[in-house]
Design a protein around this ligand. Structure first.
Ligand code: ZN
Length: 149
């Protein structure tokens, strides 16, 4: 009879095997947000073989977008301050995303029960990027990193 520890090791090895297989072919990321200032995923490391990465953002909360809207905006780390400084003026009609080439990719703003997704081309991107919610006041907490290569 196997000890509980042996069973645990086998379970861990199986999980790692599955995770490895999934990341090689999987070029999409599911991120959940709710009525708190949190992304369910704060680190994205796409496989080098991915030509695009699809971000699926799902708001599982109750509050409407006007009160607790969330989006997903990608930029270089050095452009974070400029984009977030301009976000409030962009306003809800533009999903709080400034019309600026520093914005590499951005989704629409979603409220409770809504989903959005975006396909981000990986061509030309390398190194570390930041993603964040540009709803005013959210970006300090709702922030993650996307690392390529
Ligand atoms: Zn938000």
């Amino acid at each position: 009879m196997m000890s509980p520890r042996a069973v645990l090791l086998i379970a861990t090895a199986g999980w790692l095997g599955l995770a490895g297989a999934a990341s090689a072919a999987d070029c999409s990321v599911d991120i959940e947000v709710g009525d708190a200032l949190t992304y369910s995923v704060t680190q994205i490391t796409p496989d080098a073989s991915c030509e695009t990465v699809t971000i699926n953002l799902k708001h599982t909360g109750q509050l409407p977008a006007a009160v607790m809207g969330h989006n997903w905006v990608l930029s270089k780390p050095g452009d974070f301050d400029a984009i977030t400084a301009a976000a409030p003026a962009a306003g809800p009609a533009k999903h709080y995303v400034p019309d600026d080439e520093k914005v590499i990719a951005s989704t629409t703003l979603v409220g409770g029960g809504e989903s959005t997704s975006i396909e981000v081309p990986m061509k030309g991107l390398s190194g570390e990027y930041v993603y964040f919610c540009s709803f005013p006041g959210h970006w300090a907490a709702m922030k993650g990193t996307l690392t390529i290569g």
